[in-house]
Design a protein around this ligand. Structure first.
Ligand SMILES: Nc1ncnc2c1ncn2[C@@H]1O[C@H](COP(=O)(O)OP(=O)(O)O)[C@@H](O)[C@H]1O
Ligand SMILES: [Mg+2]
Length: 260
């Protein structure tokens, strides 16, 4: 039971956005995808979620996603896109219920409120989604995907959270809250793949990290293995300095200029 992407290639017209990227994510882990703007992170998530055409193969819990029906995919993984807009003036609780209807917890009407409480927005159920701040809206969308795959393991199979920049609009406290939700989901046996910009949060919360640059995977491994001066400076094209102080040796990253 894992999520395996093999030799994924995606082109937009004549431009190659992914040039043969492979990645294996295990349930129980938070797997992060990092890399500079335009390196192909969202495109890779788009292939893994079967939301854009790709060459190569993606297997979810042992089955090629091309052979799964939309409802089978929706039962196994929930997707948080990088930016979500809604055309209708839904209330917050209605937005979260959309997740419930997409997934398998449909007969559990208590789940949407529990999901809202999980992201710290229990008091927001009757607010209009469009009137929320960017960060509040992002957390409501997370509640929606949580409602879709509420149980990290169902019928002995892991469920997957596939998150594109889940903390991009959040203050530091809510960044930690959301990453803890992701980690808890994984620790209970689910799988998480998260596109991340913040390398320090990635070092704190990810079990495995894929570093993308220019449509290719530069490195894949634990934060200690891949978040290094050389790999990051090469990927991002600027001088970065990584330290990993004992006892836990969790890397933290500063721009070279700041540590001078
Ligand atoms: N729909 C599209 N049409 C054409 N080019 C695209 C499209 N989506 C993304 N790209 C290009 O593909 C590359 C990878 O994009 P993306 O995966 O969104 O990057 P990231 O998420 O890492 O910032 C970028 O150069 C981007 O401009
Ligand atoms: Mg992106």
């Amino acid at each position: 039971m894992s999520l395996v992407a093999e030799n994924i290639r995606v082109s937009y017209g004549r431009r190659d956005a992914l040039r043969g990227v492979s990645l294996t994510a295990q349930p129980g882990d938070v797997t992060a995808i990092v890399g500079p703007n335009g390196s192909g992170k969202s495109t890779l998530l788009g292939a893994i979620t079967a939301s854009l055409p790709y060459r190569g193969r993606v297997c979810l819990n042992g089955e090629d996603i091309q052979t799964l029906k939309p409802w089978q995919l929706a039962a196994q993984r929930a997707v948080l896109p990088q930016a979500s807009r809604l055309a209708f003036p839904f209330s917050v609780i209605e937005v979260v219920r959309l997740g419930l209807q997409t997934g398998t917890a449909g007969d559990r009407p208590e789940v949407p409120m529990q999901a809202l409480a999980r992201v710290g927005l229990a008091g927001y159920a009757d607010r209009t989604f469009q009137e929320l701040s960017g960060g509040e809206a992002q957390r409501v969308m997370l509640a929606r995907v949580l409602a879709q795959v509420w149980a990290p393991v169902e019928d002995g199979q892991p469920r997957w959270l596939l998150l594109d920049e889940p903390v991009s609009s959040l203050d530091i406290a809510h960044q930690l809250q959301v990453m803890e939700i992701a980690r808890d989901f994984a620790r209970q046996g689910g799988g998480v793949i998260a596109v991340m910009h913040d390398l320090n949060l990635t070092a704190l919360f990810a079990d495995q990290v894929a570093v993308l640059a220019d449509g290719a995977c530069l490195a894949f491994g634990t934060p200690q293995e891949v978040l290094t001066d050389g790999t990051l400076s090469h990927a991002y094209g600027c001088a970065l300095r990584v330290s990993a102080p004992p006892p836990r040796n969790i890397p933290y990253i500063l721009p070279h200029a700041a540590s001078a």
